[in-house]
Design a protein around this ligand. Structure first.
Ligand code: FES
Length: 239
């Protein structure tokens, strides 16, 4: 089983993500039947996909690099990872990291280090609707565990597991910087705030029906303004 996995990695090494299997079926034939076989085959197939994809996106990548001084093009690594993710169903394939390393003339491990450090980068497939639930202290004491339970009940028992209809997945994350609207969660690029169990259920049901709910406060607050109007700075206009 391990050797099948290694074989998958060697396959990617050999081809460097630039000329891997032309389609999933071909890739699947390269690996012996085992628990790891589909994963290895999938990686190879994605490798091919990444090559084609970035072949069409070179111009966009170059525009990012131009924003940095000459000789400092490696500073564009996060921007490039983010671009990859936003254009690849919210996750970054291994082959794309290799491609970025080559493109920026840096070692692959450095790209990998950046990609694995930030939770904003996903290195495995996620649902079309990727739900990130903050469970840091302010959200936790305001009921983040209830939000978590709803996701476990309706999306999947474990984090990073796809829902039965393959549309959603969820994960637990650290503070997303919106503590004033706790508890909250991020779905793809948007924040859903001031949640409770019932509101979370409604949101998740919409996602499972392939509809994107309205982001923002679920207690009808305007941004993070106090619910019952201002109590300070009353004399300051537009405070
Ligand atoms: S603790 Fe949840 S957003 Fe900060």
């Amino acid at each position: 089983m391990i050797s099948a996995y290694k074989e998958g990695l060697n396959f990617l090494d050999k081809d460097d993500g630039l000329s891997a299997a032309k389609k999933f079926n071909e890739a699947e034939l390269l690996f012996p039947q085992s628990e790891w076989a589909p994963k290895s085959a999938l990686m190879a197939a994605y490798s091919y996909y990444a090559y084609n994809y970035y072949g069409d996106s070179i111009y966009e990548l170059e525009q990012f690099i131009k924003k940095y001084p000459k000789g400092k093009q490696q500073s564009a690594v996060m921007a490039l990872l983010y671009l990859v993710q936003s254009q690849n169903n919210n996750w970054i394939p291994l082959a794309a990291m290799r491609y970025i390393a080559k493109f920026l003339d840096m070692s692959y491990i450095k790209v990998y280090e950046v990609a694995t450090f930030y939770s904003m980068f996903s290195l495995a497939p996620v649902g079309k609707y990727f739900v990130q639930i903050c469970t840091t202290t302010p959200c936790m004491i305001r009921g983040a565990n209830n939000v978590l339970d709803v996701c476990k009940k309706h999306i999947a028992k474990n984090q990073n597991e796809l829902s039965k209809n393959k549309l959603c997945s969820w994960t637990e994350v650290e503070c997303l910087g919106s503590c004033v609207s706790a508890p909250m969660m991020q779905i793809n690029q948007d924040y859903f705030e001031d949640l409770d169990e019932k509101k979370t259920e409604e949101i998740i049901q919409m996602l499972l029906n392939d509809k994107f709910p309205k982001p923002g406060s679920y207690r009808n607050r305007k941004n993070t303004a106090p619910e019952n109007g201002r109590t300070t700075l009353l004399e300051v206009k537009n405070a």
